[in-house]
Design a protein around this ligand. Structure first.
Ligand SMILES: *Cc1c(COP(=O)(O)O)cnc(C)c1O
Length: 412
């Protein structure tokens, strides 16, 4: 009873849901050193390979020499630095919004925005596969919280037609973080317009990887600031640094400065980090080759891995749909996903198994992610390892494909 913590941990172990942390002993990149061992990794979110880019490092160190390390105070006391301000202006221009606000993490940005905009008289509607930070924010804000079926604009429509609320906010990931598919944004935006709801898009995985200049999913679909009034991006993924931003109208940003508690009651990020992020933004916009390399690698991976007999989470799409760097292989049980990850690890390849509660029960998967710094030789090694597993341990490939897929559907 009480604080006897051991039994719950033992139960997690028994269910193959216990998580352990391993130590990275190199910079982030395709070839890493982990717990003393050289590995080829396909699991970071450093999609463009900017986390260890010399120009980003240079901007960071130069700014650290100039401004020091610590932010020293919150933004509303005296921690709001000209470096933060310059980054916000660059992000507003990048997203073609009037203004942007720099947060310490994506988790905090989402908690801050939803809580600043909504209260008891309001309603928040979320895709049921949204990122945990969005779901948590929806639950915390005190508004009526409802989830609609994954990417189902018609289900959203039927929910929007019900009830009488002061404000309704519809919230979706742009690219779903554990599935890698795109939200049907044009359809969602149309429904929101019809019902005078606001649409908030968290494009943590789309910025840098989708759209011309890496402007993300909203730009890919050609949607306007009126259709998507609240746009969130994170900086720890394709940008390769850390932090997050919210972009929108000047009124939205002023509202957040007054009301977003995760912005107000926290120490400002190091100014040097803002400087590094401006350098990475410039690379992200200009290096179209990084996005092209991702598309080429992902298309080849999808074709060849299907031929080996693994199950991709998203169906083979038409040639003109952009692919995302998140390409999970569906496995089913948590134990099976761990066994497949272990078999890959024996072959020198690191891909983490994603298990419940991060994903619905029986839809455990290996979340394969690509970086623009992966080469075709790296991909050859991954495919060769998967082929040898298919030959030697075929029981580790998806045996209950239909069960796992329907588990994912049922959970909706
Ligand atoms: C990673 C992620 C976040 C959290 O961002 P952090 O900066 O890592 O806290 C928020 N939303 C989505 C969709 C994400 O994938």
């Amino acid at each position: 009873m009480g604080f006897d913590l051991a039994p719950a941990l033992a139960e997690k172990k028994q269910q193959h849901l216990y998580r352990v942390r391993r130590q990275l002993e190199s910079a982030q990149g395709p070839e890493i050193r982990l717990d003393g061992r050289d590995m080829l990794a396909f699991c970071s979110n450093d999609y463009l390979g900017l986390a260890n880019h010399p120009q980003v490092i240079e901007a960071f160190t130069q700014a650290a020499h100039r401004w020091g390390v610590g932010g020293g105070a919150s933004h509303l006391v005296n921690g709001h630095h000209s470096e933060h301000h310059a980054l916000e202006e660059a992000l507003a221009a990048f997203t073609q919004r009037e203004a942007a606000l720099f947060f310490s993490t994506g988790y905090m940005a989402n908690i801050g925005v939803i809580n600043a905009l909504l209260g008891r008289q309001d309603r928040v509607l979320e895709d049921r596969l949204n990122h945990a930070s969005l779901l948590d924010a929806g639950l915390l804000c005190g508004a009526r919280f409802q989830r609609y079926r994954h990417a189902a604009a018609e289900h959203l429509d039927s929910l929007l037609a019900q009830g009488d609320y002061r404000r309704t906010l519809v919230v979706t990931d742009g690219v779903f973080s554990m599935d890698g598919d795109l939200a049907p944004l044009p359809a969602l935006a149309r429904r929101c317009q019809q019902h005078s709801a606001w649409l908030m898009v968290d494009d943590a995985h789309g910025f840098g990887t989708l759209g011309v200049g890496g402007r993300g999913i909203v730009s890919h679909y050609g949607l306007t600031a009126t259709e998507v009034p609240v746009l969130v991006g994170t900086l720890g993924k394709a940008f390769g640094t850390a932090g997050a931003f919210v972009a929108g109208s000047r009124l939205l940003i002023e509202t957040l400065i007054q009301n977003a508690r995760t912005y107000i009651y926290t120490t400002a990020m190091p100014p040097a980090l803002a400087a590094a992020t401006r350098a990475s933004l410039a690379l992200l916009e200009q290096d179209e080759w990084r996005r092209e390399q991702l598309q080429t690698l992902v298309r080849r991976f999808r074709e060849e891995v299907s031929r080996i007999g693994f199950t991709l989470l998203t169906p083979l799409a038409e040639a003109d749909t952009p692919q995302t760097p998140i390409q999970p292989l569906l496995v089913g049980g948590a134990d099976q996903a761990l066994a497949l990850a272990a078999a890959l690890e024996q072959r020198g390849i690191l891909i983490t198994a994603i298990r419940p509660p991060t994903v619905p029960a029986n839809s455990a998967r290996l979340r394969v992610t690509f970086s623009a710094l992966h080469t075709h030789a790296h991909l050859d090694r991954l495919l060769e390892a998967l082929r040898s597993i298919a030959r030697e341990q075929p029981e580790l490939m998806l045996v209950q494909a239909s069960e796992a897929l329907s588990a994912q559907d049922d959970a909706e």
